[in-house]
Write a protein that binds this ligand. Structure first.
Ligand SMILES: Cc1ncc(C[n+]2csc(CCOP(=O)(O)OP(=O)(O)O)c2C)c(N)n1
Ligand SMILES: [Mg+2]
Length: 742
């Protein structure tokens, strides 16, 4: 017999026989502070969760359900939910159906039975993901949906908790959490070991250690195993009970009175102290990891049966009988009637339509726009006070890109109080390259914060702040440092709208200093010339300016896209051009620009490109350093070879402004793509494809070699150079001549 059926039969038999003499003693209802009515409601949530688990397996067997990782054994989390407010944002473990159902009981008008079934069957009517995945989640219940990438929701839970304290002072327009909110996140005992969890615990402790408000409860649901690997006995308590700044509590998740009373204590303590806590709930896992998992291949029958004998529903049955005047029949009647309701609803749900077309699936990749207050730009007086006299003078003179970005950030922060900046060294030092200098002085530590050294936590902070109405600008110090944190962007930030059918969003701008060409400095770790990991993420926008003027306009547009259109924008800043002032020769100043004051120029749309020159012999299509070098090459080609070029700066790397690129090359005899990124995975691949599919040109490309960048004099050897571009361009004309001769 299937283990789910064994657990079911055991429940029916043991309740009927009142075979419920567990050794653990419970608190009384009064001691637990739990009204009888709420006890019954918690039990109902547990039962519904259990019956839904059973149904998910039946639906899968019939080809009508697509997910069987259940909550059985973890239903004690219904009592956890009951101890929090329904507005306390919760980032949940995949075994927390009972939590969500219990929370639904705190909010009028909820239909968790239907919602969960719709989700199992991937119905288009699934209210959280629109049929895209079986996820827990609900907008009304402040439960953002989670992927089941282990622990990936913890950094953003930390970020959200951090945002609560800042929001209290700043009051962002789209604030979501009340000022006294507590944030909850839950995970399993094996997940606790994941580097992402450890980063989140550490970041929470790091904040608490400095008395920074962080109202967060980590809930570890300890069933003693992760798929087939046992957690060493006592490990969770040993590793978590003594962390600086993190208060440890434990409860017996089989006993809803103990779980409720302990969680209430935790929630009250965290709400009052604004400090993080760790709640360790012991529980069991019933019928394996997921539907197809055969427990007997790695667990003895004794252990399987011992867990089954401790079914939390049996414990709850005893509590109801002892403390709420229920008879065994009353318990069974709740259990059976809920089972019947689930079965009746499932019959209806499977008839509903599912997603079919790519268009339907993709409809929520890009989040919906949101209404925003009209921006009132800072007055001249305010700007004078903020910038100071010296910087006001500097504003009037041509400047390099680093300075221009600093000016733009200042104006953006002046105009938008919900814009906050965070990253390593961005505050007191003002960034490795001075880009964020004086911003902390200008806007204070609440809005410009030096984070700890952990990129996962930085991106988690941004996601969490965005969950609470901020428009964060997170900085990743060097592109190569993104890679050990990129799941926060790829797996989390970028997927939120998709998995929530556009109901949740995390608008943000991530500034990343990157690309190559730093003269002899840094090697690969500081000169990373590949954006491949960003290019293929559905829905994100990648901006990459080549000069200070464009950087200002693009940054303004990036903030608008985040604020009004809820987009995730990655803003890649080419380090080698930060300080560049000259183009062709020393002191020509051609790469400095006058700061475009706010509203003085039209927005730089992400569907537009920059075009320099109107030659028709050759169009060079490039961006960032490649655009700079191509602009140098253009002069050589014009003056020494009589070739008239136009140089096109694509600026926005994803989505590519395809029409604008094709239009800008119209009428040109040749197209040369110059890409400073590695051949494999570089934008040149997308551009070659674009020209092959959507234009009459057969383009050629000059891209970097598939190599890492060395430090020292050979720093530029693997990437396009001015002379290399000239040669590649001439080769196009030579090959044409050769072809004409034939
Ligand atoms: C990053 C990542 N690695 C591995 C997995 C595969 N995986 C899914 S659940 C799981 C076990 C988790 O165990 P635990 O945290 O104890 O939770 P439980 O299922 O026992 O409740 C693993 C290894 C994953 N989803 N994500
Ligand atoms: Mg586990």
């Amino acid at each position: 017999m299937d283990r789910a059926d064994i657990v079911h039969e055991n429940f029916l038999r043991r309740v009927a026989e009142q075979d419920l003499n567990f050794t653990t003693a419970s608190l009384s209802l009064t001691e637990a502070g739990l009204p009888e009515e709420q006890l019954v409601s918690i039990f109902y949530s547990q039962v519904l969760s259990r019956q839904l688990d059973r149904m998910s397996r039946k639906m899968q067997a019939q080809g009508e359900g697509f997910y069987t990782i259940g909550a059985s054994g973890h239903e004690g989390n219904a009592a956890i939910a009951a101890a929090f407010q329904p507005t306390d944002m919760a980032f949940l473990h995949y075994r927390d159906a009972a939590f969500q159902i219990a929370r639904a009981a705190q909010v009028p008008g909820q239909t968790p039975l239907w919602d969960m079934l719709l989700s199992f069957s991937t119905s288009m009517h699934d209210p959280i993901s629109g049929g895209r995945h079986k996820v827990l989640g609900s907008k009304a219940l402040a439960i953002p949906p989670q992927t089941s990438t282990i622990a990936s929701h913890l950094p953003k839970a930390v970020g959200t908790a951090y945002s609560v304290g800042i929001a209290k002072r700043i009051k962002p327009e789209h604030q979501v959490l009340p000022d006294d909110a507590v944030v909850v996140c839950s995970f399993g005992d094996a997940s606790l070991n994941h580097a992402t969890s450890q980063a989140a615990f550490n970041t929470a402790c790091w904040n608490a250690f400095q008395s920074i408000a962080l109202p967060l409860v980590f809930v570890c649901e300890d069933n003693g195993i992760g798929i087939s690997v046992k957690t060493p006995t006592g490990w969770v308590e040993a590793t978590m009970s003594n962390r600086p700044g993190l208060k440890y509590f434990k409860c017996n998740g089989l006993d809803i009175l103990d779980t409720y009373a302990t969680t209430k204590k935790v929630a009250d303590w965290v709400r009052l102290k604004r400090r993080p806590a760790f709640l360790h709930m012991s529980c069991v896992r019933l019928y394996g990891h997921a539907g197809p998992d055969v427990q007997t291949s790695y667990l003895s029958n004794e252990l399987i049966e011992a867990a089954e004998a401790n079914d939390p529903l049996l414990h709850s049955a005893r509590i109801l009988i002892e403390s709420a005047g229920f008879s065994a029949n009353d318990v069974l009647s709740v259990y059976n009637s809920v089972g019947e309701r689930v079965a009746r609803a499932a019959d209806q749900v499977v008839k509903l339509p599912r997603l079919q077309t790519a268009k339907q699936v993709m409809a929520s990749i890009v989040p919906p726009k949101r209404d925003c207050q009209t921006v009132v730009n800072a007055s001249l007086e305010q700007r004078k006070v903020t910038f100071g006299a010296a910087e006001m003078r500097a504003l009037g003179k041509p400047q390099n890109m680093a300075k221009m970005i600093n000016f733009a950030l200042t104006d953006l922060m002046l105009d938008h109080k919900e814009v906050v900046l965070a990253g390593e060294d961005v505050g007191r030092k003002g960034g490795v390259y001075g880009v964020t200098q004086r911003l902390q002085q200008r806007f204070g530590v609440n809005r410009v914060s030096d984070t700890l050294l952990d990129e996962q936590s930085i991106l988690g902070l941004a996601i969490g702040m965005a969950h609470n109405g901020f428009v964060p600008i997170a900085e990743i110090q060097f592109l190569a440092y993104l890679h050990n944190a990129e799941d926060q962007l790829r797996g989390e930030a970028a997927t939120l709208s998709f998995f929530s059918n556009g109901q949740f969003s995390n608008p943000m701008v991530i500034r990343i200093a990157g690309l190559g060409y730093q003269r002899g400095f840094g090697g690969h770790f500081h000169n990373d010339n590949s954006l491949a990991v960003l290019r293929d993420i559905p829905g994100i926008i990648i901006a990459c300016p080549s000069n200070g003027h464009d950087a200002v306009l693009m940054l303004r547009e990036a903030i608008r896209l985040a604020r009004e259109e809820q987009r995730v924008v990655v803003f890649v800043e080419p380090i080698a051009l930060y300080m560049t002032r000259d183009l062709h020769q020393a002191d020509d100043g051609l790469w400095t620009h006058q700061y475009p004051s706010v509203n003085s120029e039209p927005a730089m749309s992400c569907e537009s490109v920059g075009v320099n020159g109107d030659g028709t012999d050759l169009a060079i299509v490039s961006y960032a350093n490649g655009f700079y070098l191509s602009s140098q090459a253009e002069k050589v080609l014009r003056e020494q070879h009589g070739i008239a070029c136009r140089v096109i700066d694509i600026r926005w790397l994803a989505p590519l402004p395809e029409d604008a690129i094709v239009d800008a090359t119209a009428g040109c005899n040749h197209v040369l793509i110059v890409d400073e990124c590695r051949s494999t995975g570089s934008q040149s691949e997308a551009l070659m494809t674009l020209f092959a599919e959507k234009s009459n040109h057969s383009a050629a490309r000059l891209a970097a070699k598939d190599s890492f960048i060395p430090t020292g004099p050979a720093y530029g050897a693997t990437m396009p150079s001015r002379d290399g571009i000239v040669s590649a361009a001439l080769a196009l004309f030579d090959s044409k001549k050769a072809r004409d001769k034939v």
